[in-house]
Design a protein around this ligand. Structure first.
Ligand code: ADP
Ligand code: MG
Length: 324
């Protein structure tokens, strides 16, 4: 029970949207495909679904090449950014869709709908009109509909991107739990690293049509494969490892890497400060160079000590010295 993407290339005229990509997804694994807009994520997902034809390479399930298998015979469940629910059907009617296609008995169908609505937190919503649901509720229905026929693989393309930030963060946590509870094998496309790291067992970083790195979230966060990946994951300054007390050649700093604390070993002068929702962001001069840091409140011109927050660091193992 596993998916294998082998050397897939997809071109649109002169554009190579997906460039020789290989990736495996194991049974029960959730893999996030993470990268900036336009890097080829949706094209790859659509190719796996069978909605797009590869110019080269194969998509295999348990070793079988799926090239000749149409979308509806692949046994994959699909969820898109905007849900794409049937507006004229109620919630139950939407969730039942795949079950009716599979000619599942009515009694079994109704039981399965109840189970799924409970799973996605919409118990009792069976007869609501989908047009009267919030965006978050609609995405839950889309997910229940995709899960109903027990797909062997779930493909989700930016399932939370249309929602506002607070809801997105909450739903990402719910979705992570839900995928685990359903035992789903899934490929989730997203451009948001928080979302990817909340959801996935492994993260695949994509850029310009290629997968640049694959690994567990903590590993990718801590050790990006290259400077471009580190930048995409929030690093905006690169320093020798010795600056933060690490022997490694080079370290990327995120905005949260340095924090004002009297116990710190680094010393600097506050140049600027900006109040954010729940913290103060500072620009600090250390040894003649400028760095971002986080508060507590200090005055411009104050001398401060700074500690290094490990979560704010990325270690670049194989990068040459110097340059940015
Ligand atoms: P992402 O999902 O990462 O934002 P896409 O896979 O949608 O990226 O697009 C990758 C590249 O392929 C982009 O340059 C995009 O403009 C191009 N592209 C995607 N779909 C088509 C299409 N149907 N026709 C022509 N170009 C396309
Ligand atoms: Mg896309």
């Amino acid at each position: 029970m596993s998916l294998r993407i082998e050397h897939i290339t997809v071109r649109y005229g002169q554009t190579t949207a997906v460039d020789d990509v290989s990736l495996d997804i194991a049974d029960g694994e959730v893999v996030a495909l993470l990268g900036p807009s336009g890097c080829g994520k949706s094209t790859l997902l659509r190719t796996v679904a069978g909605l797009e034809k590869a110019d080269d390479g194969e998509v295999r399930w348990d070793g079988d090449d799926l090239t000749g298998t149409p979308v509806h015979e692949r046994g994959f469940g699909l969820v898109f950014q905007d849900g794409q629910l049937f507006p004229h059907r109620d919630v139950a009617g939407n969730v039942a869709f795949g079950l009716r296609m599979a000619k599942v008995d009515k009694e079994v169908r109704l039981k399965r709908i109840d189970e799924l609505l409970e799973l996605v937190g919409l118990d009792g919503y069976q007869h609501r009109k989908v047009t009267q649901l919030s965006g978050g509720e609609q995405q839950r229905v889309a997910l229940a509909r995709a899960l109903a026929p027990q797909p062997r693989l779930l493909l989700l393309d930016e399932p939370l991107s249309a929602l506002d930030r607070a809801l997105r963060e909450q739903l990402a946590v719910d979705l992570a739990r839900l995928l685990r509870e359903a035992g789903a094998t899934a490929l989730v496309v997203t451009h948001d690293h928080d979302e990817a790291f909340t959801l996935a067992d492994r993260v695949a970083i994509m850029r310009k049509g290629k997968i640049r790195q694959v690994g567990p979230p903590a590993e990718v966060w801590r050790e990006p494969a290259d400077v471009e990946t580190a930048k995409f994951l929030g690093c905006n300054k690169f320093v020798p490892g010795s600056f933060v007390g690490l022997a490694n050649d080079r370290v990327g700093l995120r905005a949260s890497a340095l924090r004002v604390d009297p116990a710190g070993t680094l010393e600097g002068v506050v140049l600027e400060r900006v109040h954010r929702r729940d913290h103060v962001r500072l620009l600090v001069e250390i040894d003649g160079d400028e760095y971002e840091a986080v508060g507590p409140v200090t005055e411009i011109g104050d001398r401060v000590r700074l500690v290094v927050e490990q979560d704010g660091l990325a270690v670049l193992r194989d990068e040459p010295h110097g340059g940015q």
